[in-house]
Design a protein around this ligand. Structure first.
Ligand code: D5M
Ligand code: FE
Ligand code: ZN
Length: 500
């Protein structure tokens, strides 16, 4: 029954949020109710909508004329995600504190359901293709593109947009990129002697969407330009406060550096550090935690040998005890691959059941991975960084040590995890939530346990390292972590404070 309801809506291109699903499920005849609701919503083709509980309420209590309003409301906001719905689930005294202007712009927690049908898989890639093609189509250089199936009809300059199916080198070491769109597929060749272009082609990954300008030669397109969806240079927003970025604390692990973390907590509360550091602490308004708050259990073989707390609930209790010491600062927590959230990305926020004590803290907000939030107008894209493993392993010149290069590439590709089916588990839902829809002021990641920073086209790319010393697993991969080095944006300028 449950799946039947979801299936009916996904067939009509409608996503249900938790509230909507609950209301529909409790109708006398849920399937009949679903059918009549879908009829009234009349979703235009190719658009994906999120049906909220509030809209179902409107429908339940409305006359047909009121339904017109519902239609309007949904149609106007096809991709809008409403505010974090986690608070609906917890009894938590919410703080109405005017000092903070915290807004969730995009959070996928409880917003996405998949019925697990192969159809979802197609819908997922269609959604990705259409969104990324949208960015490319706005670029003057590739605006006038044609469907791949029409390439053979003209010998002129070829301009196409496609999703990458495969990349390999020929015997001569030229690059071959197989791309497809919704009309067909074609082989693109990049000559090794076209040095600059070839270098760019080395950074192409499977399943990203690119634009190609070139000329046709028999059944090949010889590329002269490769185009990313890209980002324009971003104007900086002014900031009269400080935001602190951490990740990968791994509470519960025997390698969690509690003394360093305690120093950090003392500093953030204004009770530790030299004069300069204390001055920074005074202005801290937000603390962002980009995943792997706890070490979790069973994440990799023999992990339990390195655990001090072997119960996930107790790990979160301990995290709540430590973080609960922080006063007067808004704390935003996203999950990582060690947290108790679903592993497939987008990861919904940490489930309430696992982290009750944390949820009770009045100054803590929980968001998904990835999440897009506004901190007093500073737009911050939070992403744990699991896809960095795929980039480090498969793309020339990329490594865990230089994650800022990967972050730059993700921004240009407008997707936080383009490679499908490798190390990063992705949920094939009917909408691709991993597309970077809006340009952030700050792109904050973790996962690699190594600090990194770069200002790219006006965007702060920050990797916040770790509070965990090297594990046995990381020894095998030769990953040397930077521990207790905390990046901050102090009135817009980047600084690192050390707590080791
Ligand atoms: O990741 C800790 C570190 O280990 C980080 O630098 C990434 C690396 N790592 C984790 N999983 C993998 C896989 N599967 N391949 C390669 N490198 C990996 P953490 O998420 O904290 O365990
Ligand atoms: Fe980690
Ligand atoms: Zn991680």
């Amino acid at each position: 029954m449950t799946d039947d309801i979801i299936l009916k809506f996904t067939d009509a291109g409608i996503l249900l949020n938790d509230g909507a699903y609950e209301r529909i499920k409790h109708q006398k005849n849920p399937l009949k109710f679903a059918e009549s609701l879908i009829k009234h919503l009349s979703v235009p083709e190719r658009n994906i909508f999120v049906l909220t509980g509030e809209l179902v309420d409107h429908y339940l209590g409305s006359s047909p004329s009121r339904l017109g309003h519902i239609k309007e409301k949904i149609s106007a906001e096809p991709y809008m995600m409403s505010k974090n719905s986690v608070e609906d689930l917890v009894e938590k005294e919410s703080i109405t504190d005017d000092r903070f202007n915290f807004q969730v712009i995009q959070d996928t927690s409880k917003k996405s359901y998949t019925c697990g049908e192969i159809k979802d898989f197609t819908a997922y890639f269609n959604s990705r293709y259409l969104k990324l093609k949208g960015f490319l189509s706005r670029r003057p250089d590739i605006k006038e593109h044609c469907p791949i199936k029409d390439v053979g009809r003209s010998d002129d300059v070829v301009k196409i947009i496609g999703m990458v199916n495969d990349i390999h080198n020929t015997k001569n070491n030229d690059k071959i990129v197989e791309i497809e769109d919704d009309s067909g597929d074609i082989t693109v060749m990049v000559h090794k002697n076209n040095h600059k272009l070839f270098e760019m082609s080395e950074r192409i990954v499977k399943d990203e969407v690119i634009g190609v300008i070139g000329s046709r030669k028999r059944n090949l397109v010889i590329a002269s330009e490769l185009i990313n969806p890209g980002i324009p240079r971003h104007d900086e927003n002014s900031m009269d406060f400080t935001t602190v970025f951490i990740s990968d604390t791994h509470v519960g692990s025997s390698t969690f550096l509690e003394p360093a973390f305690n120093k950090f907590i003392k500093w953030i509360n204004g009770n530790y550090g030299n004069e300069k550091q204390l001055k920074i602490a005074q202005d801290v308004k937000y603390l962002v935690i980009a995943g792997d708050l706890v070490d979790g259990i069973g994440v990799y073989p023999n992990q339990e040998k390195e655990l001090i707390i072997t119960d996930i609930y107790e790990q979160y209790e301990e995290a709540a005890r430590l973080i609960g010491e922080i006063d007067d600062i808004k704390i935003i927590i996203a999950p990582g691959n060690h947290d108790a959230s679903r592993l497939a990305e987008p990861q919904p926020s940490i489930p309430v059941d696992y982290a009750k004590d944390l949820f009770k803290l009045k100054n803590v907000e929980f968001v998904s991975n990835p999440a897009f939030v506004s901190l007093d107008g500073i737009k911050t894209l939070i992403y744990h960084g699991r896809s960095f493993d795929d980039f480090a392993m498969t793309v020339k010149g990329m490594s865990h040590q230089r994650s800022e290069l990967i972050m730059k590439e993700l921004l240009e590709k407008r997707h936080v995890a383009p490679i499908y089916g490798e190390r990063t588990p992705l949920a094939s839902e009917i909408e691709d939530h991993l597309v970077i829809e809006e340009i952030p002021d700050v792109f904050h990641c973790g996962h690699v346990h190594i600090n990194a920073y770069k200002k790219y086209k006006g965007v702060h790319l920050i990797n916040s390292g770790t509070f965990q010393s090297q594990t046995e697993f990381q020894k095998i991969y030769n990953i040397v972590p930077t521990c207790g080095e905390v990046p901050v944006l102090h009135h817009g300028s980047f600084k690192v404070l050390k707590f080791t």
